[in-house]
Design a protein around this ligand. Structure first.
Ligand code: GLC
Length: 516
């Protein structure tokens, strides 16, 4: 699966913001890369307070991105060429500009009032509980006109919908059905663990591990505001709204430890098909941590549950910036050879890096609300680097975020001609994955190698592939296990190694895939 952040992927009309027609024009590239499905981040009407994650109409396309007709044309073309379409679904909150909220805030007895979470002030006039917004400050905002507070787990422009109200649940599942009827193949459901909050409004406990400089919301443990059991009923309802033919996919976004995350598959595997596994993003890049991480994930998976791995997204620093360009190639091999569905963030297949953003160029409210902690997400949302042309071939006009300084070296046009580029590595890996069911379906068995190496065998029926990764920046002489020596290399991160037999040594930062 490939994630497109539509504001930054391809701009067809020169306004500096990407759009649906831009995506459609670039489908040949996605086929060349070799992905199966594309998740498109929000393109719905939005004031862009949180860059599309604040939706003011769930069933339309924002004019900046095009029209519903553009959307239909995109879906038709994607299906024609064999790509699946996954949309973003944002159930926890709408925009404060959504007509539902506009009505709700009109008066205490408005029929829509109970579509959101309203509470009286405490006797001292303060907020009803100590709950904190993810984006800084209290999660409660006083609405002066009606004298009550409303809840917002994110920005105050993103009031939380009341999922305890059956009318809200019905309306939101109707949204899913609206897009299913237009042909989509699934949804990535935003911030799913936030959906329900404690009805008694109990204060969240203080976090004893909090230190100044940490994310402000970490002052509290989110006991009463996230991961409540009711969320699983809602997940089942969303799953049912996808229809009964089993042709559509439900993905859940929840940053949780494995023991909590696994509940999101549903007690009868009737919840999310794929609760996103973000642990490669959250774990330090070190073989002594990654090996037990993979083992733990495998051990926690319920019987019959399909795994998945994610290396990057629009909320986190890019992989090439987190681990450096050489290890980003190792990360590519890891992502494409672990069990289950890999999700790749646009531009990571080129080794794009976070782009420094000057203070006057900051767009992300996370950075604006909590400056100085490096929380801004603009650096990983910059324009896709298509070519060495002006604005990297992303747009004919000035892009909404700056283009990376290195775009003349790091771009699609250049990398597609270079057999040793990151793009060519990804293409080889995805082609191998398609050709070798062992890489997607096969079992996973770790090999006993010392750090900084990480090694495993993937097996399906009689077919076995071995993956050997050097997570260190020095060569590892004599480190290749005896049974792998002399085996022909199918893919390597390093030039000139594929097609030749592997010796006893691994090069610095080298990763190889071997067909046994
Ligand atoms: C999710 C999105 C993030 C957004 C937040 C609020 O975490 O990935 O971009 O800001 O939800 O909708």
């Amino acid at each position: 699966m490939y994630q497109i952040y539509p504001l930054s992927f391809a701009d067809s009309n020169g306004d500096g913001m990407g759009d649906l027609a831009g995506i459609r024009a670039r489908l040949p590239y996605l086929l060349e890369l070799g992905v199966d499905a594309v998740w498109i981040s929000p393109f719905y009407p939005s004031p862009l307070a949180d860059f599309g994650y604040d939706v003011s109409d769930y069933c339309d396309v924002d004019p900046r991105f095009g029209t519903l007709a553009d959307f239909d044309a995109l879906v038709a073309e994607m299906h024609r060429v064999g790509l699946r379409v996954i949309l973003d679904f944002i159930p926890n909150h709408s925009s404060d500009q959504h007509p539902w909220f506009q009505e709700a805030r009109r008066s205490r007895d408005n029929p829509r009032r109970n579509w959101y979470v309203w509470q009286d002030p405490k006797p001292d006039g303060g907020p009803p509980s100590n709950w904190l917004s993810e984006f800084g400050g209290s999660a409660w905002k006083l609405d002066e006109a009606t004298g009550q507070y409303y809840l917002h787990s994110f920005l105050e422009e993103q009031p939380d919908l009341n999922w305890r109200n059956p009318d809200v649940r019905r309306a939101m599942c109707d949204v899913l059905r609206f897009w299913v009827a237009r042909g989509v193949d699934g949804f990535r459901v935003d911030a799913i663990h936030h959906l329900f909050k404690d009805t008694q409004l109990r204060d969240n406990p203080k976090n004893p591990d909090y230190r100044p400089g940490m994310l402000p919301r970490r002052q509290l443990i989110r006991r009463y505001t996230t991961d409540l059991p009711e969320v699983h009923d809602a997940a089942r309802e969303m799953r049912a709204a996808l229809g009964q033919d089993g042709e559509r996919l439900l993905i859940g976004e929840a940053y949780l430890p494995f023991d909590r995350l696994m509940h999101y598959y549903g007690a009868q595997l009737d919840g999310f098909h794929l609760p996103f596994n973000f642990h490669l993003i959250e774990t330090r890049w070190d073989a002594t941590l990654l090996r037990p991480l993979i083992a733990s994930y495998e051990a926690h998976l319920p019987a019959g549950a399909w795994p998945n791995w994610v290396l990057g997204n629009h909320d986190r620093s890019r992989i090439a910036s987190r681990v450096g360009p050489a290890q980003a190639r190792i990360a590519a091999v890891l992502l494409c050879t672990l069990r289950g569905t890999p999700t790749l963030y646009y531009g990571d297949e080129l080794g794009m890096r976070d782009v420094p953003i000057a203070p006057e160029q900051v767009h992300d409210p996370f950075e604006k609300n909590i400056p100085g902690l490096g929380l801004g997400r603009d650096p990983e949302r910059t324009p896709m680097q298509w070519s060495a042309e002006k604005y990297a071939g992303f747009s004919s006009g000035e892009p909404w975020l700056p283009v990376a300084a290195d775009y003349q070296q790091v771009n699609v046009e250049r990398q597609r001609k270079d057999p040793d580029s990151m793009l060519s590595l990804y293409r080889s890996l995805l082609a191998l994955r398609r050709a070798e069911p062992a890489l997607s379906l096969g079992s996973y068995t770790e090999l006993d190698v010392p750090p900084p190496l990480l090694a495993y065998v993937r097996q399906h029926e009689q077919r076995r592939l071995a993956v050997l990764l050097n997570l260190g920046s020095t060569a590892q002489a004599g480190a290749v296990p005896a049974e792998l020596r002399g085996v022909q290399v199918a893919v390597s991160t390093h030039p000139g190694r594929a097609g030749a037999p592997l010796g006893a040594d691994l090069l610095a930062d080298e990763g190889v895939v071997l067909a046994l």
